[in-house]
Design a protein around this ligand. Structure first.
Ligand code: NAD
Length: 438
């Protein structure tokens, strides 16, 4: 393929070095004449392991050159990759000025170019940017719509500076958001030969995945550093603890606990978080990120309450009370907190949890519920059908299969507030459906 690359920084330079290896002809474009000159001299504008040799070889083979002539670059290519910088504004929003300029100038050339062209945004931008901001500018300046010899794609870059050439050859996955089918096909042709899964999704999802990857990486580093600092204060080697911690690929380094849904609770997580915070306080080690965990969890319960309360004080049927399905343990269950909140605010509440039977509650579990919801027996119903009687709003914390079938059978005319994410609830035919994170 013939590819133009706008922005010869870390991202653009690595693409210039590696795409010719896949058999493509590449033209780099930058407003900085030194970067253009360096590429044409066969040198890399950025320092990265292995990049100098690749750029020199590509220039020698006639597969790579650079220019500041936008028109020549667009006319001489079928795909344009945009990897200009998106630095932070003073209010921390990304400055998209350079992206706007490049899109407008590419569009202006496309207005007089016959044939199909694919415009690919690679700079990191907030969700919605490609569709809401880039698309109208591109279509207006090109004088044609996406689908009419024009594709617009968002394809995030996951490389890490320092190992970017290696990362190019071994991507964790290739994520492509496109506004038409031809955009996906162009990216599949461009990356043909690289390993890893090729993911077709929307531009908004692709933009969000890239943002969240960086936020998650930052969160992992902060977690390891805060944990390591408390451990050091306890006379331990934080690296040793984290080494063993990371060997658990079932619960720790895995998709476990990464499914958006309702708040955490139960007899262990809140208690252990509080215990670790107490330890940090005792050792006088400030850990602001971990100290925010409980507030964040409470804010999530507030969000669930607001979703229910938004439509006034209605009759509410709550499915699930224990902290997770399949147990009657209600200690520190966020659903108990939510139920308490609804009762305190005067909601008419009925509850169904197949595993919770007041007559069978014992010990700490009974003490907890006697303290938090003393009249639970009056709120609990024996069957899903009973809890649904008169209900205007159905709140699903968790529900077994029979309960889910009853919810679907009784959904018509009612609102469902879904904290669980069971797929079938979404298409239940409820008058209104809202999920907590979807
Ligand atoms: N650096 C990384 O590791 C990395 C990784 C993934 C994604 N990203 C994202 O990719 C984007 C680029 O990052 P970078 O680190 O390569 O940036 P960079 O600052 O190193 O390079 C940006 C380049 O764009 C050029 N430029 C600016 N305006 C231009 C224009 N109108 N026409 C042509 N060129 C123009 C600049 O001269 C510069 O050479 C950013 O959105 C960044 O967040 C960066």
């Amino acid at each position: 393929m013939k590819i133009s690359i706008f922005g010869l920084g870390y991202v653009g330079a690595v693409s210039c070095a590696c795409l010719p290896e896949l058999g493509h002809d590449v033209i780099g474009v930058d407003t900085n004449p030194s970067k253009v000159r360096m590429i044409n001299d066969g040198a890399s504008p950025v320092v990265e392991e292995g990049i100098d040799e690749l750029i020199a070889a590509a220039v020698r083979a006639g597969r790579l050159r650079a220019t500041n002539d936008v028109e020549a670059a667009v006319l001489g290519s079928e795909v344009s990759l945009i990897s200009v910088a998106t630095p932070s504004n003073s209010n921390y929003t990304p400055n998209l000025g350079a992206v706007d300029i490049v899109i407008r100038s590419i569009g202006a050339v496309l207005s007089g170019k016959p044939g199909h062209h694919t415009v690919v945004l690679r700079s990191t931008v907030p969700p919605g940017t490609t569709e809401d901001r880039i698309l109208p500018v591109l279509e207006e300046s090109a004088g044609r719509k996406v689908g009419d010899r024009l594709s617009l794609v968002f394809n995030p870059e996951f490389l890490r500076e320092g190992s970017s050439v290696k990362d190019f050859h071994h991507p964790p996955q290739t994520v492509v958001g496109s506004l038409d089918d031809a955009g996906y096909v162009a990216m599949e042709r461009m990356y043909a030969g690289l390993p890893g899964q090729m993911v077709r999704t929307s531009c908004r999802v692709a933009e969000s995945v890239k943002y969240l990857c960086n936020v998650f990486h930052a969160m992992k580093i902060v977690f390891a550093n805060e944990a390591g600092s408390v451990l050091k204060a306890c006379g331990l080697d934080g690296r040793e603890v984290m080494r063993i911690f990371c060997q658990d690929t079932q619960l720790n380094i895995s998709p476990a606990y990464l499914r958006p849904g309702f708040a955490f609770g139960g007899s262990c997580l809140p208690k252990e978080v509080k215990g670790f915070l107490a330890l940090a306080r005792e050792k006088e080690v400030p850990i602001p990120a971990l100290a925010g965990l409980l507030d964040s969890n409470d804010a999530h319960i507030d969000r669930a309450y607001e979703m229910i309360a938004r439509h006034g004080r209605r009759k509410v049927a709550l499915f699930g009370l224990a902290f997770k399905p399949g147990t009657d343990d209600m200690r520190d269950s966020p659903l108990v907190t939510l139920a308490e909140r609804l009762l305190g605010k005067g909601f008419d509440l009925a509850i169904y949890d197949n595993f919770v039977k007041v007559s069978r509650l014992l010990g700490k579990n009974k003490e907890f519920i006697d303290r938090e919801i003393p009249h639970l027996d009056r709120l609990l119903r024996e069957s899903p059908e009973q809890v649904l009687e008169d209900a205007q709003v159905i709140v699903v914390g968790h529900a077994d299969k029979a309960a889910r079938q009853a919810i679907i059978a009784g959904a018509a005319g009612r609102r469902i507030v879904d904290l669980s994410g069971y797929a079938e609830l979404r298409t239940s035919g409820a008058a209104e459906y809202e999920g907590i994170c979807w």
